[in-house]
Design a protein around this ligand. Structure first.
Ligand SMILES: O=P(O)(O)OC[C@H]1O[C@H](OP(=O)(O)OP(=O)(O)O)[C@H](O)[C@@H]1O
Ligand code: HPA
Ligand SMILES: [Mg+2]
Length: 179
């Protein structure tokens, strides 16, 4: 285990099993359709890569980078689009792939943007959810794991851009935080 990690909450094996399950479920849900799968960078990059390998329907990928946390464990409340999609979502069945829903601010902003751009449908799959921290009324269509109210890192999730490469999800030792 990494020296800065206090506790592993979800192991590599648990994640692998869950991602396969979510992929099978989405393959059924999208049968006969051709979804546009959108990765919300940076956090969702590992989940996206693992998930699409488990989806059997034809699909297209696009990427959008947004940020509201910066080098903090609290959302700034302001969601910034850092990189927009390359292609139009008009008339498309859009599957938004998120790593985590915390306050819900990032997703509520994104769903609004995609609906205003006339997506045919917007579906959200998130690997992790922290419902206790929600400040807006929002739920994913599919959720991997529900987490306690703790700031977590690993499997794409960062603290000040670090720890994204850890293959599990864990809690940092308190002395690592500067805020
Ligand atoms: O529900 P919320 O409170 O909005 O939090 C969830 C969002 O915050 C994180 O992204 P972040 O802004 O840290 O960007 P990153 O993915 O590049 O780390 C995470 O990847 C989600 O996109
Ligand atoms: O717990 C978290 N960890 C990392 N990034 C996050 N963005 C929202 N919540 C979290
Ligand atoms: Mg982050």
């Amino acid at each position: 285990m990494h020296n800065d990690i206090q506790e592993i909450l979800i192991s590599r094996e648990q994640i692998q099993e869950k991602v396969a399950e979510l992929g099978q479920r989405l393959s059924k849900d999208y049968e006969g359709r051709n979804p546009l799968v959108i990765c919300i960078l940076k956090g969702a990059f590992i989940f996206m890569a693992d998930l699409v390998k488990e989806i059997t329907v034809p699909l297209e990928l696009d990427f959008m980078a947004v940020s509201s946390y910066g080098a903090s464990t609290k959302s700034s409340g302001v969601v910034k689009i850092i990189k927009d999609l390359d292609n139009s979502v008009e008339g498309r069945d859009v599957l938004i792939v998120e790593d985590i829903i915390d306050s819900g601010l990032t997703l509520s902003y994104l769903i609004d943007v995609l609906q205003r751009r006339n997506a045919k449908s917007t579906t959200v799959v998130t690997l992790f959810d922290k419902p206790a921290r929600r400040t807006v009324d929002l739920e994913a269509d599919l959720t991997g794991f529900v987490l306690p109210d703790e700031f977590v890192v690993g499997y794409g999730l960062d603290y000040a851009e670090k720890y994204r490469n850890l293959p599990y999800v864990g809690v940092l030792k308190p002395e690592i935080y500067t805020n």
